[in-house]
Write a protein that binds this ligand. Structure first.
Ligand code: GLU
Length: 563
């Protein structure tokens, strides 16, 4: 143990050294280790002595050597240093039995691109792999040909890259059908499974009445024959299924003799030529064991599946992983059901998987929401068992923290009206900062030549408004509303008069702009310089953060992020 503890502490000391410019701090290391490994708290004295000794050793190494060693012995701790504090802390509870590293998996069905619900599973498991070190497996669960969308083999992986998951290995379940069949034979041989030829409805009735079906009594030898017949195509779809013998009186009917393998003859599978496919609980249990998965974090909707999967672990005498089930997360305001999204796209209701009315990661990426914001929001939600509803406002707040310091500012005038300013000093050029906290980024020039476009919503007649970075104007009444008069340059006066500070664009230096929002488009004008930020998130002043998707000489297209 001392040696193992040595190794563990050295990793954290090295990380601390790299973090603090080559000078590790014993106290910080100790509190980090105690926080991560509460079970070590009883060994406080020993830990403190060892840490102090290791700190001395590590301090003698050059910063380059420290970093080199850290990269070698604990690459994830090195990586962690480039993450924000939410990534590391995230309020996630310690996982039992994780001290020596974990093997975890993210196991999506490739039925479409990933959405926010997937992101929670993907990022929580990822956070624990980063925290404890070990291995992260992306397991593509493609054993239901009816639910495989061939494009999703690519889109799911792209989405994992976007989320910056630390995937070490990718496994396709469709590559492993022989393995599942082999374990099915083993399970039959030990009397743990049987081939059931009952009609589905007939079995259902028996099951609900806690009664076994006649097939349950057939001998393993006969069952092996029936299983080979099933594999050899002697049965058609729906005629036969392999069932795991559980407790026929189990309180949850879903657990009673559940199906493990079945025949699906159409549609053909896009990757393999087969008709017998495992159902989720069978392939998941076999793979979790064979791939050495130590911890499974998934939603409460999998609780019945966990009960079923435990039967398979028990039959084979395997140690099951540690399971944690987090509460349900309602996500309002977007479409999340893959089948609904798919049908909507086919019918032309949605433009594609990145239509911003959908809850896919590509839709939110299109709105300029960063993967870091998704990660921070999801980790903050954590693995609690309470059902919650997803807070878009919280996601927006996390994103604002990230984009606000970097987004350039521009004027966008939605629903524009043209205002003549009768007596204003022409030839004046307003200089507006690209970023209010960073003058070094420079300025945008907005030349004033007698008239401006302002948003219709800001037309308060009569009244005073300040044209941002320009001067104050007074709006007339009735038909004079659109003929404004110059009202001085003083910002103080505008403030005293509580005049709204309004964004504007000069009619001669402007470009049409459409801002796509989930609830409809906003049309107007913006500064032509916005084109320089194509592909980036900018702030349209007084409107919100948007992502500039496209910029041509004729039109700017932006997508709404948040305020
Ligand atoms: N592929 C299944 C799902 O996405 C299984 C996931 C799991 O066991 O965590 O629901």
């Amino acid at each position: 143990m001392t040696e193992e503890l040595d190794i563990l502490l050295r990793k954290y000391v090295l990380q601390n050294a790299v973090k603090y410019g080559g000078k590790p701090q014993a106290g910080t290391v100790i509190s980090r280790v105690m926080g991560e490994y509460p079970e070590l708290r009883s060994e406080g004295r020993k830990i403190s002595m060892l840490t102090n000794a290791i700190v001395k050793e590590v301090s003698r190494l050059s910063p380059e050597k420290q970093k080199e060693e850290l990269a070698q012995v604990a690459p994830r701790l090195l990586e962690e240093l480039s993450l924000t504090k939410e990534h590391v802390k995230a309020g996630l509870p310690a996982l039992e039995g994780a001290e020596n590293g974990v093997v975890m998996r993210f196991a999506p069905n490739p039925s479409g691109p990933l959405h926010l619900g997937h992101a929670r599973a993907a990022l929580l498991n990822d956070a624990y792999v980063r925290r404890y070190g070990g291995k992260y497996i992306l397991r593509i669960e493609d054993t239901d040909p009816r639910r495989v969308d061939p494009d999703a083999y690519t889109t799911v992986r792209e989405d994992c890259t976007w989320l910056d998951l630390v995937i070490d290995e990718i496994v396709f379940q469709s590559d492993r059908l022989d393995t599942y069949n082999e374990y099915a034979r083993n399970l039959i041989s030990i009397g743990g499974a049987y081939v059931c030829t009952c009609e589905a409805d007939q079995f259902r009735e028996l099951k609900l009445a806690k009664r076994a079906c006649p097939c349950r009594e057939i001998s393993p030898e006969k069952n092996l024959e029936l299983f080979e017949a099933m594999l050899n195509g002697e049965y058609g779809e729906g005629e036969v299924t392999l069932r795991v013998k559980t407790d026929i009186e189990h309180p949850d009917p879903a657990v009673r003799d559940f199906s493990a393998l079945r025949i699906v003859s159409s549609p053909p599978h896009p990757r393999v030529d087969a008709t017998v496919f495992p159902l989720m609980n069978f392939s998941v249990a076999i793979d979790d064991h064979l791939l050495g998965v130590t911890h499974v974090i998934r939603g409460k909707d999998h609780i019945a599946n966990t009960a079923r999967q435990r039967y398979i672990f028990d039959y084979f005498g395997w140690k099951p992983p540690v399971y944690r089930h987090y509460g349900r997360m309602g996500i309002e305001g977007v479409v999340l059901s893959t089948s609904q999204m798919k049908a909507g796209i086919a019918d032309g209701i949605y433009t594609g998987w990145d239509d911003i009315r959908l809850g896919t990661l590509r839709a939110i990426a299109r709105r300029g929401i960063t993967p870091e914001a998704v990660r921070n929001a999801v980790l903050e939600i954590g693995i609690g068992e309470t059902d919650i509803s997803f807070s878009w406002e919280n996601l927006y707040a996390k994103n604002r923290d990230i984009v606000d310091p970097v987004a350039n500012r521009y004027s966008f005038v939605p629903d524009p009206v043209l205002l003549e300013i009768a007596d204003a000093p022409c030839g004046f050029v307003a200089q507006a900062m690209l970023h209010p906290n960073d003058p070094s980024r420079g300025y945008r020039n907005l030349p004033f030549d007698g008239s401006v476009f302002i948003p219709k919503a800001d037309l308060v007649c009569p009244g005073m408004i300040r044209l941002k970075d320009l001067f104050n104007i007074r709006l007339g009444e009735g038909k004079d509303c659109l003929v404004a008069t110059f009202a001085g340059k003083s910002l103080d006066e505008a403030r005293k008069a509580k005049a709204p500070i309004v964004q504007w664009v000069p009619p001669e230096h402007t470009i049409p702009c459409v801002l796509h929002k989930p609830d409809g488009d906003m049309k107007g004008y913006c500064e032509p310089m916005v084109a320089l930020d194509a592909g980036k998130v900018v702030q349209f002043e007084r409107v919100g953060f948007v992502r500039i998707e496209k910029a041509t000489a004729m039109l700017i297209e932006a997508y709404w992020g948040h305020r």
